[in-house]
Design a protein around this ligand. Structure first.
Ligand SMILES: NC(=O)c1ccc[n+]([C@@H]2O[C@H](COP(=O)([O-])OP(=O)(O)OC[C@H]3O[C@@H](n4cnc5c(N)ncnc54)[C@H](O)[C@@H]3O)[C@@H](O)[C@H]2O)c1
Length: 244
């Protein structure tokens, strides 16, 4: 990864932070965005400063911010090899009680945001002769009670991934998605203990995943292992969906 330049959206914490750690540990120049400036700036310092780990305050669902984040990476390092569309939120509620604003904000960040950021990155990747885009879906794409907004957005990410892979293969831009199961991050902290125990019962490996385990999948897709892979969804869920 020494020659690579990587940009991770929503990289201040959770899976995104683990992805940054993994790429940095392998010598990549790693930039990350977040809407949380305080945590982002603190991470930038912790990771060794702007030369190595560049924090850019940017909203992944905003067109202007998406274009600016790519421009900042290119201005700092001259190219962008890997974009990881990771930023996201949940606003769970049973469908009948879900507010329109919560439907819109979840779909906007996960689905429209991935499209906007991929679109912004592709211009640079095309100009430089190629690149990799890694989107983030979820096992919830297969349906999950209380997550009509999130499940729809994450299912949409799969369609987006496959379409971009088809459209951009000619530019040597490889587009794939990771599909995490339940991973120990701030996003799963609010789950009641009873629900967590019930989920763990259903996971053949008997535990939630760790962010760094997901990050190794990103390394694989961004590295030589991913040279002939595009338009795919790679699931890391401890076996949860194996029997589906
Ligand atoms: N944790 C899980 O179990 C799990 C499972 C499947 C998929 N995912 C997906 O993995 C990704 C990362 O999730 P996580 O568990 O690390 O969550 P997290 O809440 O720990 O981290 C998400 C980060 O994204 C940032 N963010 C939110 N909205 C943003 C925006 N508009 N622009 C830029 N940054 C923004 C947050 O500030 C936060 O730092 C998400 O796309 C999530 O849907 C997570």
């Amino acid at each position: 990864m020494r020659e690579k330049t990587v940009l991770v959206t929503g990289g201040a914490r959770g899976i995104g932070a683990a992805v940054c750690d993994a790429f940095l540990a392998r010598g990549a120049r790693t930039a990350f965005t977040d809407i949380d400036e305080e945590v982002g700036k603190a991470r930038e310092v912790e990771l060794g400063g702007r030369e190595k780990a560049l924090f850019i305050k940017a909203d992944a669902s905003d067109k202007g911010d998406a274009e600016r984040m790519v421009a900042e990476v290119v201005s700092a390092w001259g190219r962008l090899d890997v974009l990881v569309n990771n930023a996201g939120i949940t606003r769970d509620a049973l469908c009948a009680r879900m507010e329109e604003g919560d439907f819109d904000s979840v779909v906007r960040i996960h689905l429209k945001g991935a499209w906007l950021c991929a679109k912004a990155a592709h211009k640079q990747m095309r100009a430089q002769g190629g690149g990799r885009i890694i989107n983030t879906s979820s096992v919830s794409a297969l349906g999950n009670v209380g997550q009509a907004n999130y499940a729809a957005a994450k299912a949409g990410v799969i369609g987006l991934t496959k379409t971009l892979a088809l459209e951009w293969a000619r530019y040597n831009i490889l587009v794939n998605a990771v599909m995490p199961g339940f991973i120990d991050t701030r996003m799963t902290v609010p789950l009641p203990e009873k629900v967590k125990a019930m989920l763990i019962e259903k996971i053949p490996l008997g535990r939630f995943g760790k962010p760094e385990e997901l990050a190794r999948l990103h390394l694989f897709l961004a590295g030589e292992g991913g040279d002939y892979i595009t338009g795919q969804v790679l699931c890391a869920d401890g076996g949860l969906t194996a029997g589906f």
